[in-house]
Write a protein that binds this ligand. Structure first.
Ligand code: SF4
Ligand code: SF4
Length: 435
């Protein structure tokens, strides 16, 4: 049994999953949504509507001719108020469509498709038309990911249900509450790729989800699907770590998982694929964990484009003096400076009070080597941070800086509180800018 295999390094931060027992609640329809035209990897969309136009929930309102892109849809019924520059929760300025709700429930859906009779082309077109992107945070267009380059043979699909980031419980609740849809979704992925082996990897701190998913596989799954219990360790959910744990395959430096025959998708993405195919539903809502220092932390089924403050308000508001609002968990999250809208990849809004938001004082490196011990990619974080700080970018390349997945494990253990990840990120951005 492969059950106790794991990946190199990693850390064990407190999981702080205070919403694990909170069933998914439908959030209120917001008065306004802001649908960003660039909320995925690839080309931004162009608007397909004009100011003053009426739209329905589910109506496509932005698209692109580029292969690597994904259309966007209105998540509510209402009127286009303006199309203007907006702040994205991942720290960019992008064009967005502001829609004011008309409080009606008018929605636009596509015809359902029977995956047993539909062609692969039809399924891929549907996944694209539904605007599906990787919902685990990567936001890579799913129809593109399911079309590997010529000559790349995929033999295994791994569904990522590890949710290793502290605080976040959106995928956990989805696996408990809608396991059959996830299993049917992975079945569609396997059929599109002609793959007969699929794993659903779930960390062993979610035993209830492991049980529920195994029961769903019995009911709805192909014979080749297996639920795999993963040791709880951060960053188990990162693709390379997951592939290493489940299949004992290494992703070589500078390559992609399809180079070693594997495709990794998130459980929420599989559920979105199910909805698009079986129900004709475009991606206009998702589960967001709103947690930390709010009065009543919750898992909310939210319309994409809902302002963060609406969701915080729905959780009773701030519990104390707010220090930081983070999009994502405490390890990979991005601090926000305003009332930004949710996007497809927003799985968590984390509120931290002033005390928890303080930046620790940085001291000199004591050469303890702890950052090296925990790096899952086998990098030398202590050398990389020094080279990036000194702007010696060519030498950073010698130490494989671009392989850093920015998991934050090194900074987490550093006793000198050196902002290692920020320095590495700076080095990577500079290298990419110069290229
Ligand atoms: S160097 Fe990068 S990959 Fe390694 S622990 Fe630090 S952030 Fe993670
Ligand atoms: S963990 Fe911090 S103090 Fe220790 S070697 Fe790495 S950078 Fe230096």
């Amino acid at each position: 049994m492969l059950k106790f295999r794991t990946f190199r390094g990693g850390i064990h931060p407190p999981d702080s999953k205070i919403t694990a027992g909170k069933p998914i609640e439908k959030a209120k329809i917001p008065a306004n949504v802001i649908i960003l035209l660039h909320q995925h990897v690839g080309a931004p969309c162009k608007p397909l509507v004009k100011e003053g136009e009426k739209v329905k929930a589910g109506q496509k309102i932005g698209d692109s001719d580029s292969f690597v892109s994904a259309p966007v849809h209105s998540s509510i019924s209402g009127v286009v108020k303006e199309i203007s520059t907006q702040q994205s929760p991942i720290g960019r300025e992008v064009q967005g469509i502001v829609i004011e709700s008309d409080v009606r429930a008018e929605s636009a859906r596509m015809e359902a498709i029977d995956p047993a009779t539909a062609s692969k082309r039809e399924i891929l077109t549907r996944i694209r038309e539904a605007g599906i992107v990787g919902l685990g945070g990567a936001a890579f267009p799913t129809s593109v990911k399911l079309s590997p380059p010529e000559g790349k043979e995929i033999d295994t699909v791994i569904l990522n249900g590890s949710e290793c980031e502290p605080y976040i419980t959106a995928d956990h609740r989805l696996m408990l509450e809608q396991p059959d849809k996830i299993v049917k979704g992975v079945g569609i992925i396997m059929n599109v790729l002609d793959v007969d082996k699929g794993f659903i990897g779930i960390e062993d701190n979610k035993k209830d989800a492991i049980k529920r998913m195994r029961e769903a596989v019995e009911r709805e799954g192909d014979e080749g699907i297996e639920v795999f219990s993963l040791k709880t360790k951060y960053p188990q959910g990162e693709a390379g770590s997951l592939i290493k744990t489940v299949l004992n395959r290494e992703t070589p430096s500078g390559s992609h998982s399809y180079d070693i025959g594997v495709l990794v998708q998130n459980v929420a993405t599989a559920k979105a694929i199910h909805d698009a195919v079986y129900e004709g539903a475009p991606l206009i809502e998702r589960v967001v964990t709103v947690t930390g220092d709010v009065k009543e932390p919750k898992n909310l089924l939210t319309r994409i484009g809902t302002p963060f403050y609406d969701l915080i308000e729905e959780c009773g508001g701030f519990k104390s003096d707010v220090g930081k609002i983070v999009c994502g968990g405490s390890m990979l999250g991005v601090a926000e400076f305003g009332n930004v809208p949710t996007i497809k990849s927003t799985g968590c809004i984390l509120v931290l009070d002033r005390e928890k938001s303080k930046t620790p004082e940085e001291r000199a490196c004591v050469r303890c080597g702890m950052c090296v011990d925990v790096c899952p990619t086998g990098l030398m974080p202590t050398i990389l941070e020094k080279l990036a700080r000194a702007r010696r970018f060519e030498e950073c390349m010698d130490y494989h800086i671009l392989d850093c997945m920015e998991c934050g494990s090194c900074a987490y253990v550093c006793p000198s509180k050196i902002p290692i990840v920020q320095l590495i990120r700076y080095g990577k951005e500079e290298i990419k800018r110069r290229e």
